[in-house]
Design a binder for this molecule. Structure first.
Ligand SMILES: *[C@@H]1O[C@H](CO)[C@@H](O)[C@H](O)[C@H]1NC(C)=O
Ligand SMILES: *[C@@H]1O[C@H](CO)[C@@H](O)[C@H](O)[C@H]1NC(C)=O
Ligand SMILES: *[C@@H]1O[C@H](CO)[C@@H](O)[C@H](O)[C@H]1NC(C)=O
Ligand SMILES: *[C@@H]1O[C@H](CO)[C@@H](O)[C@H](O)[C@H]1NC(C)=O
Ligand SMILES: *[C@@H]1O[C@H](CO)[C@@H](O)[C@H](O)[C@H]1NC(C)=O
Ligand SMILES: *[C@@H]1O[C@H](CO)[C@@H](O)[C@H](O)[C@H]1NC(C)=O
Ligand SMILES: *[C@@H]1O[C@H](CO)[C@@H](O)[C@H](O)[C@H]1NC(C)=O
Ligand SMILES: *[C@@H]1O[C@H](CO)[C@@H](O)[C@H](O)[C@H]1NC(C)=O
Length: 512
C-alpha cells in the first residue's frame, strides 16, 4: 500500500462522485430550473425589478420613417384610368415614448400607465424638408365627407358637390409633408365645423398625435404568472372592444409589443394589441437571427392575420358591417376612424391579393423592404430589434351626386406607409450578453462537473495503468475468468478492456 496507489484510488473515487453527481444534475436539470425560476421572478414589473426602468423609459431609439405616394396622373385616374404613384421619402422622426402616470394596482399584480409618444424630426435621416416638399395625394377630408353623405339624400349631395366645386375642392390635394402629417386647416372641414362644431377644422394623419397617448392601459405585472408579464388587462377601462362583429375579433390579446414574457419557445404564437390598427394581431416564429452578438428568434405576422375570410373564417369578425368583407391583405378600420373609409395593409400591399397591387402603377411589394418583424431574445423575452411597417390607404369609389367621381374605378388607394424601427442600444446589448453568459454558465454548471469527472477519469486510468506496469511483479495476475477471485480481492471492473480486481483490506478500504 503505497502513497502513490492511494492517490490513484482517491482520484478514482472523486472522479466517480463527480460523474454521478454531475450526470444526476444534468438529468434532473436542477440548475436550469433554478435559473429559469429566477428569471420568471426577476422579469416582472415591480418598482425594484431590473426591467422596470427600461420598461418605463425604453433606452433604444425608435425611428418613425414616413413614405408618401405622390400621385403622378390624377387626370387620367379621374377619367377612369389606372393611377400611378411614386414613392417619396423617408421623412424620419425620432420617437420618444416614456410611460407616465405609472401606478401599481391590486397589490402589485397590475400596473396602470399611459404611453405618450412625441416625434422630433431628424433631418439627417430624411430625404427632404417636410415643410417644403409637396405631395399630391387623395383629399382625405373630402373623401371622408363624401362617404359620410352617402346615407343622405341625393339632393343634399348635389348641393354639397356644387358648393365644393365652387370653393375649388378637388379629389386630389397638394400639400406639404408637414401639413399632411401634423395638420392643416381644411376648407371642407371648416365648412362642416360651422354646422357641426364637434368636427375639427384641422386635418392631418398625425394631427394631435404629438405628445398624446393611445389610451389608458392596465397591464399585468407578471407577479402572478410569468406568462402574463406585460399583458394588457384593460384598455381605456375596457376588457374587449365592441366595434368588430365577432367576440373573437373584439378580444384585446397580449402585450402592447414592448415586452414579452421570458422563456419564449418557437412553437408559440405571440399576441400584440395594436391600438393604431384597432385590433389584436399575432406573430409566429420564422427563423433564428443574430443581432449585435445576441441570438434571437424572429417573429412575424403570418399571412393568415390579414387573410380574407374566404380563406380564414376566423377573420369574418373583421368585416363591418358583418358580411361586408374586403380581400386578403387589407383591413378596413373605419370603425375606429370616425367612419372614414380608411384601410390598412402592409406597405405596397405586401402579402395582399394581387388585384390591389395591380390596381395602381408604381407598387412593388417585397419581403425585405415591406415585412414586419420582431426579433426577441428567447430566454428573457426582450425585443432586440423591431420593425413595424404599415400602410394607410383610402377607398375611392363612385359616389352618386359627385360628378368628379363619375368615371373612377373603385380602388384601394395608397397614401403613405411607415417604417417604425428600433434596435437595442449598445449598452443594453452588452448587459444582455453578460446576463446570457451567466445564465448559460449557471445552467451548464453540471456539464462542467461531468467534464471534470471525465478528465479525472482519464487521469485515473493513465495513472493506474502506469502504476500497474511498474509493480508488475507484485500485482495480482489479470483474471480473465471473473468467477475465480484470489483471496482478499472483491469485484471485477472493466477499465478499457482490462479486468481489474479491487482488493478488500481491513486496514484500508480505498487502496489495493
Ligand atoms: C375599371 O373597371 C372595369 C370593370 O370593373 C374594368 O373592366 C376596367 O378594366 C377597369 N379599368 C381600369 C383602368 O382598371
Ligand atoms: C397623469 O398625471 C397628470 C398629473 O401628473 C394628470 O394631469 C393627467 O391627467 C394624468 N393622466 C391620466 C391619463 O391619468
Ligand atoms: C392584498 O393583499 C392583502 C394581504 O396580503 C390581502 O388581504 C388583500 O385582499 C389583497 N388585495 C387584493 C386586491 O388582492
Ligand atoms: C412634437 O413635440 C415636441 C415637444 O413636445 C417638439 O419638440 C417637436 O418638434 C414636435 N414635433 C412636431 C413634428 O411638431
Ligand atoms: C409630387 O408631385 C407634385 C406634383 O407633380 C410635385 O409638385 C412635387 O414636387 C412632387 N413631390 C416630390 C417630393 O417630388
Ligand atoms: C359574445 O359574448 C357574449 C357574452 O360574452 C354573448 O352573449 C354573445 O352571444 C357573443 N356573441 C357572439 C357573436 O358570439
Ligand atoms: C385572441 O386570442 C384568442 C386565444 O387566446 C384567439 O382565439 C383569438 O383569435 C385572438 N383574437 C385576435 C383578434 O387575435
Ligand atoms: C424602412 O423600410 C424602408 C423600406 O420599406 C427601407 O428602405 C429602410 O431602410 C427601412 N429603415 C430601416 C431603419 O430599417
Amino acid at each position: 500500500m503505497t502513497r502513490r496507489s492511494c492517490a490513484i484510488y482517491a482520484t478514482g473515487i472523486v472522479c466517480a462522485h463527480l460523474l454521478i453527481v454531475g450526470i444526476a444534475l444534468v438529468v434532473a436539470q436542477v440548475f436550469q430550473t433554478m435559473i429559469h425560476s429566477r428569471l420568471k421572478k426577476e422579469i416582472t414589473l415591480t418598482e425594484k425589478s431590473q426591467v422596470f426602468e427600461s420598461w418605463k423609459n425604453p433606452p433604444p431609439p425608435v425611428y418613425m420613417e414616413y413614405y408618401f405616394f405622390n400621385v403622378t396622373n390624377p387626370e387620367e385616374f379621374l377619367a377612369g384610368g389606372k393611377a400611378s404613384v411614386k414613392q417619396i421619402g423617408p421623412y424620419t422622426y425620432r420617437e420618444y415614448r416614456p410611460r407616465e402616470n405609472v401606478t401599481f394596482l391590486e397589490n402589485g399584480t397590475k400596473v396602470f400607465a399611459v404611453n405618450p409618444k412625441s416625434f422630433v424630426f431628424v433631418p439627417e435621416k430624411s430625404a427632404g424638408n417636410p415643410e417644403v416638399d409637396l405631395i399630391r395625394t387623395v383629399n382625405i377630408p373630402f373623401v371622408a365627407v363624401m362617404n359620410e353623405l352617402n346615407s343622405y339624400s341625393f339632393f343634399l349631395r348635389t348641393v354639397v358637390s356644387m358648393y365644393m366645386k365652387g370653393i375649388g375642392v378637388e379629389l386630389f390635394m397638394t400639400r406639404t409633408v408637414h401639413e399632411i402629417l401634423w395638420g392643416f386647416k381644411d376648407p371642407v372641414l371648416t365648412k362642416v365645423h360651422s354646422m357641426k362644431p364637434e368636427v375639427d377644422e384641422y386635418f392631418g394623419l398625425m394631427y394631435k398625435k404629438n405628445g398624446t397617448h393611445e389610451g389608458e392601459f392596465v397591464f399585468h405585472t407578471g407577479e402572478e404568472n410569468y406568462l402574463d408579464y406585460g399583458k394588457i388587462d384593460t384598455w381605456n377601462g375596457l376588457r374587449k372592444m365592441s366595434w368588430w362583429s365577432s367576440n373573437q375579433s373584439n378580444m384585446i390579446n397580449g402585450t402592447d409589443g414592448a415586452v414579452f414574457h421570458p422563456l419564449i419557445n418557437r412553437n408559440e404564437l405571440l399576441y400584440i394589441f395594436a391600438a393604431d390598427l384597432c385590433r389584436s394581431i399575432h406573430l409566429a416564429y420564422v427563423e433564428d437571427v443574430e443581432v449585435k452578438g445576441i441570438q434571437a428568434y424572429r417573429f412575424a405576422p403570418p399571412s393568415d392575420v390579414l387573410m380574407s375570410p374566404k380563406d380564414n373564417p376566423t377573420n369574418e369578425g373583421f368585416c363591418v358591417p358583418a358580411g361586408d368583407c374586403l380581400g386578403t391583405g387589407v383591413l378596413k378600420v373605419s370603425v375606429c376612424r370616425e367612419g372614414a373609409p380608411i384601410v390598412v395593409s402592409f406597405p405596397h400591399f405586401y402579402q395582399a391579393d394581387p388585384m390591389y397591387i395591380n390596381a395602381v402603377d408604381g407598387l412593388s411589394p417585397n419581403k425585405e423592404e415591406h415585412e414586419t418583424y420582431l426579433d426577441l431574445q428567447p430566454t428573457t423575452g426582450v425585443p432586440i430589434r423591431a420593425c413595424k411597417r404599415a400602410q394607410l390607404n383610402i377607398i375611392l369609389k363612385r359616389v352618386q351626386g359627385f360628378p368628379a367621381t363619375k368615371f373612377i374605378n373603385e380602388t384601394i388607394f395608397p397614401i403613405m406607409f411607415v417604417n417604425e424601427t428600433a434596435t437595442i442600444d449598445d449598452n443594453s446589448a452588452a448587459q444582455m450578453r453578460t446576463l446570457l453568459l451567466i445564465v448559460t454558465l449557471v445552467s451548464n454548471f453540471p456539464v462542467l462537473i461531468v467534464g471534470m469527472g471525465i478528465i479525472l477519469l482519464l487521469v485515473f486510468v493513465v495513472l493506474f495503468c502506469r502504476n500497474r506496469q511498474k509493480k508488475v511483479g507484485s500485482a495480482p495476475p489479470l483474471w480473465t475468468n471473473r468467477s475465480i477471485k484470489p483471496h482478499g480481492y472483491i469485484g471485477v471492473k472493466s477499465v478499457m478492456g482490462h479486468d481489474i480486481l479491487f482488493k478488500f483490506s481491513p486496514h484500508s478500504v480505498i487502496c489495493f
